[in-house]
Design a protein around this ligand. Sequence first.
Ligand code: B1N
Length: 834
Amino acid sequence: TVTKKAAAKKPATKAASARKAPVTAKALQGKIIQHLRGTQGTYEEKATPQAWWRATSFAVNEFVMAGLTDTQKTHSRYDTRAVNYLSMEFLMGRLLSNNLHNLHLFDVTRAALEGLGQNLDDLLEEEPDMALGNGGLGRLAACFLDSLATMNLPAVGYGIHYEHGLFEQHFRDGRQIERPDAWREYGNPWEVCRPESAQQVKLYGYVETRYEGATPKKVWHAGRTIKAVPWDIPIVGYDGANVNILRLWESRATNFFDWDVFNAGGYVDAQAEQAQAETISKVLYPNDETDAGKELRLIQQYFFCAASVADIVRRYRRAHGDDWTSFPKLVAIQLNDTHPAIAIPELMRVLIDDYDMAWKDAWGICQQVFSYTNHTLLPEALEKWTVRLFEKVLPRHLDIIYDINHQFLTQQVDAQWPGDDAMKQHLSIIEEGHERMVRMGHLSVVGSHKVNGVAQVHSDLVRTDLFPEFHELWPEKLTNVTNGITPRRWLKACNPRLAALIDQHIDADWPLHLDKLKGLIAKADDAKFQQAFMAVKRENKVDLVAEIHRLTGIEVSPDALFDVQIKRLHEYKRQHLNLLHILALYRRLLDNPEYNMVPRVFLFGAKAAPGYHLAKDIIFAINKVAERINNDSRIGGKLKVVMLPNYRVSLAEKMIPAADVSEQISTAGKEASGTGNMKLALNGALTIGTLDGANIEIAEEAGADHCFIFGLTVDEVKALNARGYNPYDFYDHDEEIRAVLDWLDSDYFTPGQPGALASIKHSLLQGGDPYKVLADFRAYSDAQRNVDEKYRDGTAWARSAIINTATMGKFNSDRSIQDYVDRIWHLKAYPRDN
Ligand code: B1N
């Protein structure tokens, strides 16, 4: 029987609980040993570090699971409204350290392990990263889950349980080599399989129209059915808050064998069926910001959306049966970019076909429930599927999309622009052309009640450049939520020295109320605090020096300025602008060994999409230039260049605390927000950057004196494009630009292989330099000169570094989530009853 629960009143927010470990070191030791012996089947004298890591994780998981049960009971008792965050990517990184910090178990675990002759830091290194994402979009989803749990907001993350996350990157002779990532090869101590909540997902087939009642009924006869099995990862909030879940779907064949085929002697064919079904969740597409248009990708999208929508409907019906009136009151669904946009027609299909709801009612529900976040303006990332592919894979959804589009064009568009066929064509969800396409962005805007960009300038561009007519049609729909990062992982856990220093000067609850860092501004001129702050930075640099040596064999000095560019490799992010400047410095040093510059280490971390050849060439170029520079005794160690292999969350956690300078040098208008920029500034790095994405808001918060802003603005880039940009103007007239480009084209960095680096020069000249690298070079070089000068003045630098940390409170992802709650989700917090 279905009982309808009265929604309880919002409970009072619980006061910050005492910051005390919930267990003694002695008791925790007992649990670790119990798991070592009882679940790992080994013993103290024999256990490998892996086994110790597992046993420790299982011991900690006891506390996690207790919190999970309490939270689920609370949510069920109060019949809470929840947000369902649908994302193809969740870039979680490692979980043990984060869970220890959020549960206040870190110190007690260290002590417990010490008593057992184990070192916690070493064990943390045993955990593979959960790399189920490409970059910022996936990491944002992970930070949001941390904030939602911390803020006691009912939320479920829905995604795909990829067997292989983002590839592992190696370098062979400086070139990127990809190897499969096998994060779960030996199981994952945090996840729980929930076979009781498995779902069936249909694909292919045809649609029959039945004329029975007053309105014809469409029946989808699917060609295949696939099983979706959920794996739940508990998400632990900070400081005794809720434990939410991340539910990741794995694909399986519906029946282990097709018995008919099997019995007819087709044992191998039956196996093939199985393998095909399991391909769906096999591997994460490694293309950040490009739409490959592949059938498997569409199937991945539909697979996890259909399973998630079915799960959301199941949870709702458990409490409310067939009474749909509360559905939009209890359910919010956030689309993390257009990747899960197919959830819109899927919910329509479920309501109309499975529950016989009228079109109008179903559409009303969808528009109340869905909202969409846009993460990019890059045309190559805007998803489109051919109608042909849709018709084959999701015939019923194509019907529904046509119906949505028809209603939209004939009612909304025609009312606003009567008889304007060009406008209809322009706004249609279906793009006409020699191959008709389904525009997932248009579908997302039409089906959502709110659409947001991820930083102010980006949201402004969404309104003015990407969707201006939609903005005219629905002036309230398009809004902004500036991105954020969780200060638990990105300061407290990754930079324990700085966290401890901060604890000495302001309330220790700053990880919950990051604005409290403002209290450090008063210390920015205090010589003793400056010293302590820079001593922390230096110790972090010493740690990174050791890691660099371990990973690459390269020796660098912690006394040098550490200049860091860490992000996916993309032309628009302009790692090659950084490289050209490095070449210019190298050339100046060779021309004049007395050239006055602070010794500097340029650090890079970046993966390139496997099919993005120019990106891979840029990695190769950085590695080759590094090799030459690092082994050139003529420059007296003033310049070092290091590209660390396999950049990922856990490597970011080591690089960010040691950074002096944060490189945020995208072409203005191209980086929607950026989030690494926030992490670096929070950890006391000074930004050298363009007025792009969240850099603008970072510079506003920190103040112009504490960043190095340079280059073309969004408007200047537009004006330059309008009057016609010619990169040869810079090549011909700037002697240094010409020299470094020609140098790249020689065999100076690739002895015996002339032209091995020519593609970069080619793209910047004949290729038209689409990202304005040459136009911004001189301004960048001048800004770098200012960085150098400022670094010589230790006091001025320390002051700016402190002010950066002190003013980054805005970029707490808790603030972003509060914005989503206020502007879009309208959720209430429910601290757990315990
Ligand atoms: O999303 C981040 C932003 O901070 C970055 O500026 C933005 O570049 C990033 C297709 C994407 N936008 N689009 C993607 C990822 C995977 C894919 O298959 C597009 N990633 C971003 C968070 O808002």
